[in-house]
Design a protein around this ligand. Structure first.
Ligand code: SAH
Length: 350
């Protein structure tokens, strides 16, 4: 199916038809496209959630600044280095540093951490996921050795973006960040939540068209899951079925992108990750944060951080992957999408 030739209306219709039950033929085609690009390998990344302090107030997120019920923490450089050492010993070769927008981590502080990780583990990739920063900041972090950056666009529809975020945030700036990151030579990950409040099938179609235009190296997609202490506490969760549909459509749109079966997918369904692989996903990101901090990085309710979602249970994860008919790959797992540094400017139109 040539999804990259479809209009927004056609995509929205295709999503609607598959929303409640993804067509097995669609998923099989997406899985075959993944196999052709990457084979049956599933790449693993060690996720270090290094701060749950955040200046923002995204309406869906459990670590939003206004949530007074979070036990806040930030890891020291030494604590982060300990996580990396533990991960190295377990065989990981990608470390993802994710956190809220915590300005304690200035360019100097964060560059020093990135530099030290690369010094300790030059053969490993460092991925940052620390939100919106000025281009100059992204440049400094790149110069310090960062290889990749994850920044989900969250939704490519301007009116929908406004319903998910406070007035001081804008889709325009988020997209500016993604294009800056690409131009600076990062491997870039965009992405969105499925079933987030007020989302329509047209919005999801816009996400696909936006991704086609951006051509990211990675795409993070997971279901929205409500969190008790947020304004969206009573909103319905995204479904497994619609998430699988969107994974397959992204895979068909972007054959060479890296596509995680996310923790949120594993949280809404006990076999969510395996089903994600069968829909075209090929990455998992088990948790490598200090054990005692994991429950405090509470983006949404019941977030998994045990068993195959925890880095120290890598054997459980290996078994899960192999039982699903795949192979675990602990290499760097770089994206096959070119790093082009071309001065491609933002052209996407709604
Ligand atoms: N501050 C960083 C990291 C954000 S947390 C940034 O801005 O990129 C990583 C991702 O978790 C977010 O991009 C969002 O898509 C997802 N997330 C947050 N709250 C969620 C929820 N309630 N349900 C599902 N996913 C959520």
């Amino acid at each position: 199916m040539d999804v990259s030739a479809m209009t927004k209306k056609e995509l929205a219709e295709l999503i609607a038809v598959n929303a409640a039950a993804p067509d097995p033929a669609l998923m099989a085609e997406a899985a075959a496209v993944r196999d052709k690009s990457y084979g049956r390998r599933v790449f693993v990344r060690g996720l270090i959630e290094f701060t749950n302090r955040c200046r923002n107030n995204c309406l869906y997120c459990g670590i939003r600044a206004a949530n007074g019920n979070v036990r806040r923490y930030r890891l020291t450089k030494d604590e982060i280095m300990e996580c990396v050492k533990e991960g190295r010993a377990l065989g990981f070769s990608t470390f993802v540093l994710q956190g809220g927008e915590d300005m304690y981590y200035t360019d100097d502080v964060l560059s020093d951490i990135v530099y030290s990780i690369k010094e300790l583990a030059p053969d490993c990739a460092v991925t940052l996921s620390v939100g919106e920063r000025p281009r100059e900041s992204y440049k400094r972090l790149k110069d310090a050795g960062a290889d990749r950056y994850l920044l989900r666009h969250e939704t490519a529809s301007e009116p929908h973006y406004k319903k998910l975020h406070p007035d001081d945030m804008s889709l325009k700036n988020r997209i500016r960040c993604l294009y800056d990151l690409k131009e600076l030579g990062y491997q870039v990950g965009a992405g969105f939540m499925v079933g987030s409040p007020y989302q329509t099938y047209e919005d999801l179609a816009s996400d696909l068209l936006f991704l086609k235009e951006l051509d990211p190296h990675m795409v993070g997609i997971g279901p929205f899951i409500s969190q008790t202490d947020t304004p969206f506490c009573d909103m319905k969760n995204g479904t497994l079925e619609l998430t699988l549909t969107m994974l397959s459509l992204v895979r068909l749109m972007l054959p060479k992108t890296l596509l995680p079966a996310t923790t949120a997918l594993g949280t809404i369904d006990s076999r969510g990750r395996e089903k994600g692989f069968d829909a075209g996903a090929n990455v998992v990101m088990p948790n490598l944060s200090p054990r005692e901090r994991r429950k405090d990085y509470s983006l949404y309710d019941n977030k998994l951080a045990t068993g195959a979602e925890s880095a120290e249970k890598i054997d459980e994860l290996r078994a899960l992957i192999e039982n699903a008919g795949y192979m675990m790959d602990m290499g760097r797992g770089d994206s096959l999408v070119n790093i082009d540094r071309k001065d491609k400017k933002y052209e996407y139109k709604q």
